[in-house]
Design a protein around this ligand. Structure first.
Ligand code: SF4
Length: 213
């Protein structure tokens, strides 16, 4: 059975309100944040952004080595690895002359295919960049999303792309809805559907099987 995605979306929106994602001062910072947040929490990303921000332009990063970049993003964890990933991303971005406007003019599927080929950019990171920096209509699947729907009683596709396609079939290609839905699911995972869930008061409790293992 397919989850009632629009119902879930509206329940979460009523409960938590608009989330105003992504928290960033610019689209480029958003793209950097999408890489820095891999395997860590947003608090550590914010600390890293504070140190990184004065040098955070694609042109400056392009002139740095990964070894020079790594100390600036130390607070995000796995900083040597993430420095290499950011450098690889910058190499790709350079093929578009470091122009976000030029990126936005490209087709979603082309950008997605290219991003996934960049070292260290997986589907979730690629889709976050597409949605939040480039305003392409795409649903971001993450571990929180999977946890919530599986606990609710749905056997979700294991493959990322199939999971994504299933959700997208229930919506028109609308950037603001996908923007809000992902942010709301993250908020729900923090407030109620935590690793140890707080089901009391959960806005989805009457439609959730609470399959908690
Ligand atoms: S009722 Fe519990 S398990 Fe179900 S969505 Fe809410 S917090 Fe998660």
């Amino acid at each position: 059975m397919t989850p009632p995605y629009p119902l879930i979306y509206h329940r979460l929106l009523d409960a938590y309100g608009p989330q105003h994602w992504w928290p960033a001062e610019s689209r480029f910072e958003m793209m950097m944040g999408a890489i820095l947040v891999q395997n860590t929490n947003w608090l550590n990303v914010e600390k890293a952004l504070h140190t990184f921000r004065p040098k955070m332009t694609p042109e400056v990063i392009d002139q740095m080595t990964a070894e020079e970049l790594a100390p600036l993003i130390k607070s995000s964890g796995f900083y040597n690895l993430k420095a290499k990933r950011i450098k690889a991303f910058i190499d790709w971005f350079q093929t578009y002359h470091f122009s976000i406007d030029l990126l936005k003019k490209q087709k979603k599927n082309r950008l997605r295919s290219e991003l996934i080929e960049v070292y260290g950019i997986g589907r979730e990171t690629a889709d976050s960049i597409l949605l939040y920096a480039l305003e392409k209509p795409v649903f971001v699947v993450d571990a929180y999303t999977r946890r919530i729907f599986e606990r609710m009683g749905y056997d979700m596709p294991k493959a990322y792309d199939l999971f994504q396609q299933e959700v997208e079939q229930s919506f028109t290609d609308d950037v603001s809805t996908y923007n809000e839905f992902h942010a709301l699911l993250v908020e729900h995972a923090k407030r109620h559907c935590r690793a140890k869930p707080l089901c009391s008061g959960c806005p989805l409790s009457d439609i959730c099987q609470q399959r908690i293992s």
